[in-house]
Design a protein around this ligand. Structure first.
Ligand SMILES: CC(C)(COP(=O)(O)OP(=O)(O)OC[C@H]1O[C@@H](n2cnc3c(N)ncnc32)[C@H](O)[C@@H]1OP(=O)(O)O)[C@@H](O)C(=O)NCCC(=O)NCCS
Length: 180
């Protein structure tokens, strides 16, 4: 019998992962986050820093997202240069979306360099659409697109089909500020 390959592992980043994240970050971006920023994100409860590890490869990619007012923003996403094209980017985006849905968030936002067609196509495949141009968004003056998508609630978050004009969705108390 053939043994199945060990599964990929997605987990919250620890401070010990900063070296691996920093290496991938520097490979990926002209204006990488500093190690101090990465450390601050890992320690901040409002941020999700999630790392993807593959058998025999160690950390192959990560994403950083933060939540404010029922929205999650993807602040950072990168896959190691030598392991791209293996579906790891899709796996990370899927994890971000599923966790935001489980947290009952309403929408997702991200910013992507206008020149980065590959990443834009990846997000479009997940139903994100471009909503505005952010001029000189990056520290080096390059522009970004803001992309967004709304989140449909999970089946168990829905009420019965509407009757007599009732709402489809379970009403929720809105928070006025960031989560504690
Ligand atoms: C964008 C990025 C995260 C994608 O990661 P990845 O692991 O290579 O992505 P996947 O393997 O899941 O592939 C996603 C899509 O990109 C395509 N793709 C991946 N590498 C490609 C390449 N070298 N050339 C053309 N297409 C490529 C895949 O075919 C796939 O498209 P498909 O679903 O239509 O087949 C990765 O390229 C990266 O880290 N880039 C630098 C950092 C970056 O741009 N981050 C995004 C910031 S907004």
């Amino acid at each position: 019998m053939i043994n199945p390959l060990p599964a990929l592992n997605l987990a919250p980043a620890a401070l010990a992962d900063i070296d691996a994240i920093d290496r991938i970050e520097r490979e990926a971006f002209n204006t990488p986050w500093s190690r101090d920023l990465l450390r601050a994100a890992i320690l901040n409860a409002q941020y999700r820093v999630q790392i993807l590890s593959a058998p025999g490869e160690g950390v192959v990619g990560f994403y950083i997202a933060h939540t404010v007012n029922e929205k999650s923003n993807l602040d950072n996403l990168a896959v190691g240069a030598h392991v791209r094209g293996n579906g790891y980017g899709r796996t990370l985006v899927t994890d971000w979306i599923e966790r935001a849905r489980a947290d009952r968030l309403e929408s997702l936002t991200l910013q992507v360099n206008t020149a980065n067609r590959l990443a834009q196509r990846l997000y479009e495949a997940f139903a994100f659409r471009t909503i505005r141009l952010l001029v000189s968004y990056y520290p080096n003056g390059e522009d970004a697109y803001q992309m967004e998508r709304r989140l449909a609630p999970l089946p168990e978050q829905r009420t019965a089909p509407p009757e007599f004009g009732r709402s489809w969705f379970i009403p929720r108390r809105r928070r006025s500020g960031p989560r504690p």
